[in-house]
Write a protein that binds this ligand. Structure first.
Ligand code: NDP
Length: 289
């Protein structure tokens, strides 16, 4: 339990949200949208002081907790505190994340494992911690902030995509497992959005090997160069996420942004065309009996 926060809190108003990486970008926008909708938010961040203004604006319905999501032992404490205060968790948002640019050959084992810790093992741990409460409630929603790069990939983002593909694979199975318990899973796949993602030192880089200059070089400059100019508005993304959660049929996957929508549709078309082109070979591998 958190020693700094008193045990007694006002009863929850509306739904209870638990959001990771709420200090900026999507996490912050989702927290603000949930509060604007009249809900209660447990906003978590590595530096909870970054949430001071949010909490000050909604002292009865928002609380900040320190959480580095890679500290999986701390995840259990945060979930326990939330349930102690509010008795339930309605929506959990696995949002914390960052980008890594580099060729696969350049990416060290450490870099790969760190991204998997952040984008895969941490969300898995948080889901494990909240599900007993959601199953007891017979309701709940898990929002997984993936990426367009969790549905398809391109040169320079292999490690990032690997971690988001892993999250999506886990989440697709999870959705089938928890649907009978009244729990929804929403995988969000943003394209390029104007958050802290591409700037302020958040974006990491591998040590470049010159052989990859042609394929990965452009990404090394274009992604940081997009900072502040991305077409996607995180507040509109948050509104779309709340709308999808409120829909009778919440989608399993929701691309966000025109760029993500175009890329996902093109990838699906190409994937279908390739499968059809090789269908005879694919079907030819069974025994004759
Ligand atoms: P921001 O950089 O604005 O926000 C990232 C958030 O994650 C920050 O609050 C950051 O906290 C937090 N974070 C990073 N590491 C940890 C950690 N170990 N523990 C807890 N919090 C952590 O970028 P976005 O809002 O864009 O990123 C949110 C999610 O959206 C990520 O999962 C990202 O992969 C995904 N995404 C973003 C896209 C975009 O174009 N913006 C596109 C596709 C997906 P701190 O302030 O401490 O650094």
């Amino acid at each position: 339990m958190d020693a700094d926060i008193p045990d007694a809190r006002p009863a929850a108003t509306g739904r209870v949200w638990l959001i990771t990486g709420a200090s900026s970008g999507f996490g912050r926008s989702i927290a603000e949208a949930a509060l604007a909708a009249g809900d209660t938010v447990v906003a978590t961040a590595r530096r909870p002081e970054a949430l001071d203004a949010l909490i000050a604006a909604h002292p009865d319905r928002a609380v900040a907790l320190q959480l580095d999501v890679t500290d999986t032992a701390r995840i259990a404490d945060v979930v326990a505190d939330t349930v102690l205060w509010y008795g339930r968790i309605d929506v959990v948002v696995n949002n914390a994340g960052l980008g890594l640019i580099g060729a696969v050959e350049e990416t060290t084992d450490r870099e790969l494992r760190d991204l998997m810790d952040l984008h895969f093992f941490a969300p898995a741990a948080l889901v494990r911690a909240v599900l007993p409460h959601m199953r007891r409630q017979g309701s709940g929603a898990v929002v997984q902030m993936s990426s367009m790069g969790g549905r398809l990939s391109f040169a320079g983002v292999g490690a990032y995509s690997a971690s988001k593909f892993a999250l999506e694979g886990l989440s697709e199975a999870l959705a089938a497992e928890v649907a009978p318990h009244g729990i929804k899973v929403l995988i969000v796949e943003p394209g390029s959005f104007r958050t802290g993602f591409a700037g302020g030192g958040a974006l990491r880089h591998t040590t470049a090997i010159p052989a990859y200059e042609e394929t990965v070089g452009p990404v090394r400059t274009q992604l940081p160069g997009s900072d502040g100019k991305q077409e996607g508005d995180p507040d509109r993304a948050a509104a779309a996420i709340l709308g999808a959660l409120a829909a009778d049929t919440t989608p399993l996957r929701l691309p966000l942004g025109g760029d993500a929508t175009d890329a996902v549709l093109a990838s699906l078309d190409a994937s279908r065309a390739e499968t059809v082109a090789w269908e005879k070979v694919s079907r030819s591998t069974g025994f004759d009996d």
